[in-house]
Every structure is written in C-alpha cells, then in structure tokens.
Design a protein around this ligand. Structure first.
Ligand SMILES: Cc1cc2nc3c(=O)[nH]c(=O)nc-3n(C[C@H](O)[C@H](O)[C@H](O)COP(=O)(O)OP(=O)(O)OC[C@H]3O[C@@H](n4cnc5c(N)ncnc54)[C@H](O)[C@@H]3O)c2cc1C
Length: 241
C-alpha cells in the first residue's frame, strides 16, 4: 500500500456523537466504493505521544467525488480527542486504500446491505456511486440504530430512495424508550423474519454486513441459520467498537 499526504479541510456533526471529516484528495489516490484507509495522526493536540496513531476508516465518499470523507463515532479515546480538536489544514497521512472492493461489478446480483450504527459508512460510498452511475442493480439496505438521533446519513439515504429507483431502505430503532425523538418507522432488532420479509421481492442476493463486531456476528448467524450460502455473505467488522 501507498502512504499519501493529505490535509483536514473541515468537519461537521452528522448525528449525536458522530462527525464527518473532510480531507483533501491526494493526487493519484484512486479507490473503489466501500474501501477503507488507515488514517495516521502525526501528533496529539494534547502534547503527548499517541499510543495508537492509526485507525482504520471506511471511505464515505464515492470515487467520483473531489474530496475524501470519513465519519466516526466521537468516543473519548486519545485518538478521537486529537482528531476532533484538529484545526483545518492539519496535515495527515492516509495508508491505503484497501479492503474487498465491496461490490464486484462482475455480477449484477442484487445486494442486501445490513449496517449497524456507524457501519453505514462503506454503504454510503456504494450508494453514492450507484446513484452517480445510475445503476439499475436492486439494493436493499437494513440499517439499525438505537435512536433516531444516532442515525447518521438518514436524510441522504431517504433522498437516495428517490434517486435510485431500485433502492429501498428499512431503518429500525432498537431503543426508542431512551428518546423523545419523533419516529414513525420500524422499531426493534433485525431478525430473520424482518430481513427475509423486506427482501422477498429480490432473487439470489449477495449480503454485506458492516458495523461493530457483535452486530456483524449476530447478522452472520441469522443469515447462516436462514440457509444463506456463506460464499454469498461478505462482512466488514469495525474492530475497536
Ligand atoms: C475495516 C474497518 C473499517 C472501519 N471503519 C470505520 C468507520 O468508517 N468509522 C468508524 O468510526 N470506525 C471504523 N472502524 C473502527 C475504527 O478503526 C476504530 O477502531 C474505532 O473507531 C474505535 O476507535 P476509538 O478511538 O473510539 O477507540 P480506541 O480506544 O482507539 O479503541 C478501543 C479498543 O479497541 C482496540 N482497537 C482499536 N482499533 C483496533 C483495531 N483496528 N484492531 C484491533 N483492536 C483495535 C483498542 O486497542 C482499544 O482497546 C473500522 C475498523 C475496521 C477494521
């Protein structure tokens, strides 16, 4: 892999405790939708040596976009405190891209994308790319969050349902008891009945799982239990959550 030099060009809040970070796209940095990078911070803004200078992030941006976007849950780790307090223009290093370029073009089989929380990041890249290329491939997204205020990219995903005629999303909230937010969509955990019911109009899909390891393992078990061939299941486990 190649290490590229970049710069932070801005950041914004996407959902409660979740921020997007915008980076200059270095010359020659080419990638596939759904790939990831290692983001190396040079030094902390706390005047200490970073214990863990590099974290892996999926690219949210799609290859046609002029800038790179990452998104993360802003937990109270030394790495995230440093990232979150960096001024615009701060130099950074990118190692990558890498990862199973998630959606092979060699097949036009429908896709079922299952995301837990911040696991939505590679799927935003894939869907932005599908919209840009006016893809006709059927895609179903099942997106689980605890509460509406945790749900990053919700408005963009709802808009993409209009832009991509073959795309449908089911967003579900698993902990409405802890919020006063308005939500008229689905609630409760994803299970076999919910997944198969939502995807019953598509044939022989490929399944992609993305999110915290516990979510990915749980979804894998459900799909295997439903008789899905393990060769048709791909997963991106966000180690560290
Ligand atoms: C392929 C891939 C894509 C990812 N994409 C995203 C993304 O788009 N957005 C996002 O927010 N997060 C993503 N992650 C997770 C991210 O790399 C961090 O691990 C996570 O954000 C937690 O970092 P932290 O600073 O909050 O916690 P930390 O305190 O840094 O980490 C929490 C604990 O996990 C351990 N840990 C952290 N990273 C790793 C690792 N890579 N391998 C093994 N142990 C580790 C630490 O040692 C610590 O014990 C991805 C991970 C992978 C592997």
């Amino acid at each position: 892999m190649t290490v590229f030099t970049t710069r932070l060009t801005g950041s914004e809040q996407l959902a409660e405790g979740t921020r997007a970070f915008y980076l200059e796209r270095p010359a020659g940095f080419d990638y596939q939708p759904g790939q990831a990078v290692d983001l190396l911070l040079v030094e902390t803004t706390e005047g200490q040596t970073l214990q863990n200078v590099s974290h892996t992030f999926s690219l949210v941006s799609a290859p046609h976009e002029p800038q790179l976007t990452l998104a993360t849950r802003m937990r109270d780790s030394q790495y995230k405190r440093t990232l979150g307090s960096m001024p615009e223009g701060t130099p950074l290093w990118l190692d990558g891209p890498f990862g199973t370029a998630l959606v092979p073009d060699s097949t036009q089989r429908p896709l079922v994308l299952i995301a837990g929380g911040i696991g939505i990041t590679p799927f935003i890249s894939i869907l932005r790319d599908a919209a840009y290329r006016q893809s006709q491939r059927p895609v179903r997204l099942l997106y689980s969050n605890r509460r509406p205020e945790d749900c990053a990219f919700l408005a963009e995903l709802q808009a993409l349902e209009c832009t991509i005629p073959t795309f449908r999303m089911l967003a579900t909230m698993t902990n409405m008891a802890s919020t006063a937010a308005h939500w008229t969509g689905a609630t409760g955990y994803l299970n076999e009945a919910v997944i198969t019911g939502f995807c019953q109009d598509i044939q022989q899909p490929l399944y992609y799982l993305s999110g915290p390891p516990a979510l990915v393992e749980a979804m894998y078990d459900i799909l295997e239990g439903a008789g899905i061939d393990e060769d048709d299941i791909f997963s991106e486990s966000f180690t560290g959550y």
